[in-house]
Design a protein around this ligand. Sequence first.
Ligand SMILES: C[S@@+](CC[C@H](N)C(=O)[O-])C[C@H]1O[C@@H](n2cnc3c(N)ncnc32)[C@H](O)[C@@H]1O
Length: 275
Amino acid sequence: MAVRFLRQTARGPMVEALPADSGTVRPATRLQSRLFRRVGRAVGRFLQPRRKVAIQEWIINSFRIPVDWQPRERLQACFEEQLTWLISRSESREPAGDYLEFGVYQGNSLVCMDRALDALNVGGMRLFGFDSFEGLPASAEFDQIWSQGQFRSDLEFTRQLLDDAGVDWDRIELVKGFYDEVLNEPLAAQLGLDVASMVMIDCDLYSSTRDALAFCGPRLADDAVILFDDWESTDEEHGEKLAFREFLEANPHFRAEPQGGYHQKAEVFRLQRIG
Ligand SMILES: C[S@@+](CC[C@H](N)C(=O)[O-])C[C@H]1O[C@@H](n2cnc3c(N)ncnc32)[C@H](O)[C@@H]1O
């Protein structure tokens, strides 16, 4: 059984590398997360939500705590199922395009996707992870749930966690920046990004989802999958639901079929170009 320890070094706290076969559930990580959440809940009762988030982010980043929010097994299984569908719709043994993830944070969902590709022996798909690596932008306030700066994981720590998980760096590219500043055609050209087959929206906010979908729209494959991690976190007039509704209104040549989610708040859609 793989165990993860936090180790203090001369350069500051760091996470010890996991053995290559470290599986999807890591007991010490779960323990850290659970302990962290319990203490957070107890202390949080006496704090305003924004102050609570600020303290939480400070603790995670100061002590380099890996946080496992994602149900990894179910997400990996969901990726495999959707990849299998994409491959069945493609003329080759590979999906027609790349994987674009909006909201990388500590890299949990990226690890799941990397493992899903290994499990299906898919070699040609590239994985792009877009994130500010500074947490949520100021527009977080619009959706009334999240706060500016929440989910901050700096690029170096995220890289380290992805290293620990043993991802295949040959197919992964992390792109740092706030979406309204960096997601544009020159960036797509620079990355050689022509076709997107699978899109993970885990950037929570209405404005972030809107910007991410606007970037993906022109390069979505005829058959594509979009995963929304926080679909049920808001009502229809906020968050990912509002942004996706607007996207479909602006792109009536796509039909979207809901597939259910990999956890209670998630929803997955298959998109097919019509006409
Ligand atoms: C909930 S976390 C992502 C969790 C991650 N997928 C995982 O599996 O743990 C949300 C992430 O979205 C990023 N984000 C949200 N809006 C953004 C924006 N407008 N520009 C850049 N990054 C953004 C935040 O920095 C944060 O890392």
